[in-house]
Design a protein around this ligand. Structure first.
Ligand code: PKZ
Length: 249
């Protein structure tokens, strides 16, 4: 069962013993057509919106791939039993850090109006519609991405920066799962074929190598049926201490 908050117990987060960082969302956007997960946060904040759940803007290809992976996800059944599955859908909120137990009110240390920019548009379907799944047995992360009309670069096609953003999102998440808090140090992208606006594409990442603080990740972006290669990319992520970001050191 997905949770509405996600503790990031980074090994390098210097904070009191019981500390964890909560990812939350305070969107006033209408709820998605599927019920959002209940969680601890609802006791403190408005109900978080999980942006990775289907909404009415998702087209048939986006829905097909979502169902394909979601049907292989482990979950808690209505009877309270756990169904096994190799994949896990990763929930997604529009804000990372608000509150850390131990008394640190993080949003005051950062910026209270800050929002994750892939999730800051309330016009469903206009920009980044995506969902990520992770398979821990195979150590694979996939992203299903439907590119909205506000992401135009070349006429009728997706902007290269928006494509890079989605690649960074998938491989950044994968690197975080693999190594805890990281930053992108280097990202190389070969753009092989433009992506028409409105199309759904599939991103697949794998961790190639870990070397001390460094983790090397690769990613391919293909058409939804896998027949066309849109990009191939490699990236280097470097582990950081979260306090490095918060304190600006
Ligand atoms: C269930 C769980 C769900 C998880 C849920 C996850 C949620 C999470 C989602 C995230 C999804 C969005 C992901 C966005 C990710 C960004 O967008 S990050 C933002 C863009 N990146 C930045 O702003 C980074 C800016 N750069 C820096 O801060 C620093 O340069 C870095 C990258 C932290 C490295 O600095 P440093 O820690 O001092 O490291 P340093 O000692 O210089 O270098 C370490 C090693 O890396 C090498 N290195 C460093 N930079 C480079 C480079 N550019 N090229 C080659 N080698 C390099 C060094 O040579 C050195 O190698 P060795 O000597 O050890 O062999």
């Amino acid at each position: 069962m997905t949770r509405s908050i996600l503790p990031l117990t980074g090994r390098s987060l210097r904070a009191p013993k019981s500390s964890c960082v909560f990812i939350y969302d305070d969107s006033k956007a209408p709820p998605p057509p599927f019920s959002a997960p209940q969680g601890l946060a609802s006791g403190f904040f408005s109900k978080p919106r999980d942006f990775s759940l289907p909404n009415s803007s998702w087209g048939p290809e986006m829905m097909r791939l979502y169902e394909q992976y979601n049907s292989q996800c482990g979950e808690e059944t209505e009877g309270g039993e756990n169904r096994e599955g190799p994949w896990k859908r990763l929930p997604s909120y529009n804000r990372f850090l608000k509150y850390a137990t131990g008394g640190v009110y993080l949003s005051r240390m950062i910026h209270k109006k800050a929002r994750l920019f892939t999730r800051n548009n309330r016009d469903q379907g206009a920009t980044f519609e995506y969902v990520l799944f992770f398979n821990s047995e195979e150590d694979k992360c996939v992203g299903v991405f439907q590119a909205g009309h506000l992401l135009e670069g070349p006429p009728g096609h997706v902007h290269g920066g928006a494509i890079a953003t989605m690649i960074d999102t998938v491989i950044g998440t994968h690197a975080t799962i693999a190594c805890g808090p990281v930053l992108t140090a280097n990202l190389n992208i070969n753009y092989r074929r433009p992506i028409p606006l409105g199309n759904t594409v599939l991103l697949e990442s794998s961790v190639d190598k870990k070397e001390g603080k460094k983790v090397f990740v690769t990613c391919k972006m293909t058409s939804s049926d896998g027949s066309k290669l849109h990009t191939d990319s490699t990236a280097l992520f470097v582990s950081i201490k979260v306090s490095q970001l918060l304190l600006g050191s």
